[in-house]
Design a protein around this ligand. Structure first.
Ligand SMILES: Nc1nc2c(ncn2[C@@H]2O[C@H](COP(=O)(O)OP(=O)(O)OP(=O)(O)O)[C@@H](O)[C@H]2O)c(=O)[nH]1
Ligand SMILES: [K+]
Ligand SMILES: [Mg+2]
Length: 449
């Protein structure tokens, strides 16, 4: 047993696991071999496992700290795999501070570092790495679809799917290794090569299929950005306010009103969406407005979807459009001030009016459909992070190399590539040498998680 492991197992950690600040209840968690002793020190005795009991908590001098609900969850069937005690105390700052101070005074206990509970859960095999990521995502989830995706990952569904892919690589590897025994004396039997080729083709198709997800899982985690852009006075801020259902942006008849990019967060189709209102795009000598225009262009270039607004019947849009973002898949032209229009909008273009309400619900419904189509519901993609994608891409490249190699002559090379593929997928779930990614993952947690 190495030292780090020994330290980890010998130390008992504690932290406030609920949010910091006043609350009805605050949850303090203790994990490690001395959790039971600490619980007894504060509450008098260790209660029956997994049963909430009401206890008086006292410090070492016997002074009363609080009345609390305490729960004893001995390992290994606990969140961290270690002995855990939970104290559900009244959520006042002084109560929490007093209980944490009393725990600090118990010999062998120390405050937990950020993500340390989750790290122990991983170290003790209670959660694989994708489940740990799911836990972090669940804590951060703001919307329905994000919650669904995070929970799928926390519950192990994602990890199991990656494991299944890895299992197929290992089957192919076993097949490839079977041929190595023949290679010295004889030709490798054609039947092995034939079966292997089939299995590699199938594996390649599965990996390619998993990778061809339009980054939906990553988009759901990060959210989608929709930028409202267009010439001055097109009605961009008016639409922004309607979408936000409040007066986020100043609306006026003066062109060049909006300078800074303004953001609101919405939930569309269960996905977090940031809508950005930008400065009207035009040539200007005003240095501040020019900076606003520069920012507007930059935001539009990065956006997942640009709503390019122009007044109905004014211009054909071509010149203004040429000055801003290149037309691409996420680029819709919307005609504004439909109530003032003397002629209908060009065919296929949506016309809206914030005065009469015309077209607004249609636009919103289209946005919702676009988000649903582009990002999905959080229940169909495996990859939720660049880390997953990079490793899966590596696995695919190794499988493709294996498929292209001359197996009958070089079975060792094929086996080598398949081992690399298995390692790459193993890194996703944390089966193999992941020390380098662990710090990055657990650093994303707060203390008490
Ligand atoms: N009649 C009518 N007026 C509108 C409509 N939408 C906006 N306006 C008016 O058009 C003017 C400009 O609206 P804004 O929302 O400030 O336009 P903007 O595109 O944000 O303008 P800048 O920030 O200056 O680029 C204001 O006087 C609005 O009241 C509409 O649908 N119908
Ligand atoms: K304006
Ligand atoms: Mg504006």
């Amino acid at each position: 047993m190495d030292r780090a492991q020994w330290d980890c197992e010998s130390e008992t950690i504690f932290a406030l696991s609920s949010a910091v600040g006043r609350a009805g209840v605050a949850v303090i968690r203790i994990s490690g071999p001395r959790a039971g002793r600490a619980l007894a020190a504060l509450s008098g005795a260790v209660p029956e496992p997994r049963r909430a009991v009401l206890r008086r908590l006292r410090d070492a001098s016997g002074a009363l700290l609080d009345q609390a609900l305490v729960v004893w969850m001995p390992g290994p069937a606990s969140f961290t795999g270690e002995d855990i005690a939970e104290l559900h105390v009244h959520g006042g700052r002084a109560v929490v501070a007093g209980v944490l101070a009393a725990l600090s005074a118990v010999p062998g206990l120390r405050p937990a570092e950020a993500g340390e509970f989750a790290r122990r859960a991983f170290g003790n095999g209670r959660l694989d790495l994708t489940a740990v990521e799911g836990l972090a995502d669940l804590i951060d989830a703001e919307t329905e679809a994000q919650r669904r995706q995070a929970l799928r990952q926390l519950e192990g569904e994602t990890g199991a799917a990656f494991e299944a892919l890895r299992g197929r690589v290992i089957e192919a590897l076993a097949l490839a290794e079977a041929g190595i025994d023949f290679a010295d004396e004889d030709d490798v039997p054609a039947s092995i090569g034939f079966e292997l080729a089939g299995s590699l083709a199938d594996l390649g198709a599965r990996l390619r299929g998993t990778l061809a997800d339009d980054r939906r899982g990553e988009m759901l985690r990060a959210g989608v950005e929709i930028v409202i852009a267009g010439p001055p006075n097109a009605g961009k801020s008016s639409l922004m306010n309607w979408l936000a259902r409040r007066e986020v942006a100043i609306v006026s008849e003066i062109p060049g009103t909006t300078r800074d990019a303004l953001e609101v967060r919405l939930e569309l189709a269960g996905v977090p969406v940031t809508v950005v209102d930008t400065a009207g795009v035009r040539e200007t000598r005003d240095a501040v407005e020019a900076e606003g225009v520069r920012r507007a262009r930059a935001r539009a270039e990065r956006a997942d979807l640009v709503l390019w607004l122009e007044e109905t019947g004014i211009g054909d849009g071509e010149t203004a459009r040429g000055r801003t973002v290149t037309e691409r898949s996420g680029y819709w032209r919307v005609r504004t001030k439909a109530d003032l229009a003397v002629a209908p909008p060009p065919p296929g273009e949506l016309a809206i009016s914030v005065v009469t309400g015309e077209g607004l619900e249609v636009l919103l419904a289209r946005l919702e459909a676009w988000v649903a189509e582009r990002v999905g519901s959080g229940s169909d993609t495996l990859i939720t992070r660049l880390r997953h994608r990079t490793e899966l891409q590596r696995a695919l490249e190794a499988v493709e190399r294996a498929a292209a190699a001359d197996y009958a002559r070089d079975p060792e090379l094929v086996a080598e590539d398949l081992r690399a593929a298995a390692t790459a997928i193993g890194r996703i779930v944390g089966r193999v040498d992941v020390e380098d990614v662990l710090d990055a993952i657990f650093a994303g947690f707060c203390i008490g998680k």
